[in-house]
Write a protein that binds this ligand. Structure first.
Ligand SMILES: Cc1cc2nc3c(=O)[nH]c(=O)nc-3n(C[C@H](O)[C@H](O)[C@H](O)COP(=O)(O)O)c2cc1C
Length: 172
């Protein structure tokens, strides 16, 4: 039977939504039935076998919609293969590029509050991807964030393919 996958995301400016769409498209290419939805719009997950949840990073924390999703469905996520991802680090100057490379190589887990929840739902994995920042970003911190797109869609698709492989049911 085709596994049904929900890819839910918390995104303020669309970068994480774009990653979620790419994950969903790759899962479909691998024969899975994937829905990609804003995390805040999801009110039940009982129709899904597998869940992928992602959040944009803001001042060291996941976007609230992704946190709220994990809190809301904690009891059900425990029983489903679940993967998490974060969209955040940006380059743009030599120091930031070095830090970005370090974060992508080191792959820190989800931010503190989510890591705590993750300790209860036991996700199969977490991946941090580079983020995207544009001039539309508001707030007093936004001026310090270099502008550009550091999302690596090859890496995103490869990660999604690894999820598809992990949930694939042998045919025969
Ligand atoms: C105010 C502000 C704070 C941010 N804080 C972080 C942070 O703590 N860590 C990080 O990796 N990225 C941080 N970023 C970068 C965003 O996480 C990144 O641009 C992300 O891809 C945005 O996702 P979204 O468009 O889906 O909301 C910050 C961006 C802004 C505007």
């Amino acid at each position: 039977m085709t596994a049904r996958v929900l890819v839910a995301y918390g995104s303020k400016y669309g970068a994480t939504a774009g990653i979620a769409e790419a994950i969903g498209a790759t899962l479909r290419e691998h024969g899975l039935a994937a829905d990609v939805r804003p995390a805040a719009d999801v009110d039940r997950i009982d129709g899904y076998d597998v869940v992928v949840v992602g959040g944009g990073l803001y001042v060291g924390r996941w976007h609230g919609d992704a946190v709220g999703f994990v809190r809301r469905f904690e009891d059900e996520l425990v029983d489903r293969p679940t993967w998490l991802f974060s969209s955040g680090p940006t380059g743009g100057n030599p120091k930031a590029e070095l830090e970005l490379r370090d974060v992508l190589a080191r792959q820190p887990g989800p931010p503190g509050n989510v890591a705590k929840l993750a300790g209860r739902i036991h996700p199969r994995g977490h991946r941090t991807f580079g983020g995207r920042a544009g001039s539309e970003m508001g707030g007093i911190f936004a001026q310090w964030v270099p502008k550009g797109d550091w999302r690596d869609f090859d890496a995103i698709r490869a990660w999604a393919a690894s999820i598809a492989d992990a949930v694939a049911v042998p045919v025969g």
